[in-house]
Design a protein around this ligand. Sequence first.
Ligand code: COS
Length: 377
Amino acid sequence: MNLTPEQNQFRETIRDFVLKELEPIACGIEHGGEFPWKIVRKLGQMGIMGVNYPREYGGMGLDTVCYAIAVEEISRACGSTGITVAAHNSLAIAPIYLFGTEEQKRTYVPPLARGEKLGAFGLTEPEAGSDAGGTRTTAVRDGDSWVINGSKCFITNASVAETYVITARSSDAPGAHGISSFILEKGMKGLNVGKKENKMGLRGSDTAELFFENLRIPAENLLGKEGEGFKEFMVTLDGGRISIGAMALGIAQGALDKAIPRAKERIQFGRPIGTFQAVQWKLADMAVEVEAARQLIYHAARLKDAGQRYTRESAMAKLYASEAASFVTHQAIQIWGGRGYMEDHPLERYYRDARLCEIGEGTSEIQRLVIARQLLR
Ligand code: COS
């Protein structure tokens, strides 16, 4: 895999933590109905919530490959915790770090990067999902303030976050060009959070609507340039897609980890099922998918770290890894048979968790569109 000694060491540290502290409670996180604050706080103390941000902003100062490794290893045990970390890190901290003024960065990034506060990103609306430029939420300038009205849906960390980055239409310019980004804080008058969504998978993560009712914020809470919000969040999503790919990779690796011993132990027709070619071929295909996804993700992460364009590569990584996760979790249940279909078995959770990866941060269809546009431009 060609990782540096530092990256390998980092993987061992996070893997050790996950095996001891996260894997034993992953099922409880799924069914407990409460947000896993304890594990999030521990990840914060370890530096994982801001692993790829500079130390002077409260981060660990590691690279994007290490960030991908962290999300992968966490998701190998618990997809819900994986998406909580990924949304916080890639979607809430990143736009502030990339486009904020120095004052905004100093104010908002350190408590987020240290995991003292959680962050959320409000982009999606009923008519602005795949069509991210279709936002209906408005921001109207009024003296030294912006007044925001509208709503957002399916927002990860919505009810547990204290810092929000949201997008709103700030002028009549058509499509992508009239959108700006803003920083909001918990407790602002007019910022309301809807009920927690009851999802098919990732049930231990927090997803809810956000409502803005005459929400008045200081003019300095504009993030980045007025009217440039669309391009800014496209850049943000380029980075985020690496982490959703890493989450899918972790889920796929976790399912493969569970399928291999079962193929050795499960006896049918008087011998372990792993001695049948039908099962061997499944395992081989699963391993190829996992490894190919990993290479694509680390490749995109390395391009990002090298400061090169990686829009196409992050879309490829996310597309491939999320489809691989659906395939691998499906096959892992097949190898377990009826036992893997039971509610108390981790694989049925992995199977449901994997499904989101083909939808969130751009559907598989949108990733194909992004890749094709890059090829044809
Ligand atoms: N980086 C920088 N700029 C980008 C960009 C990127 N990755 N992608 C697009 N842009 C720029 C374009 O260059 C264009 O700039 P100009 O108008 O100056 O030429 C502008 O943004 C508009 O781009 P485009 O015309 O491609 O916008 P579309 O409305 O066609 O939308 C897609 C493009 C579909 C790719 C976009 O809406 C998208 O990614 N949708 C999915 C959103 C998503 O992932 N939602 C899930 C959110 S979960 S948090």
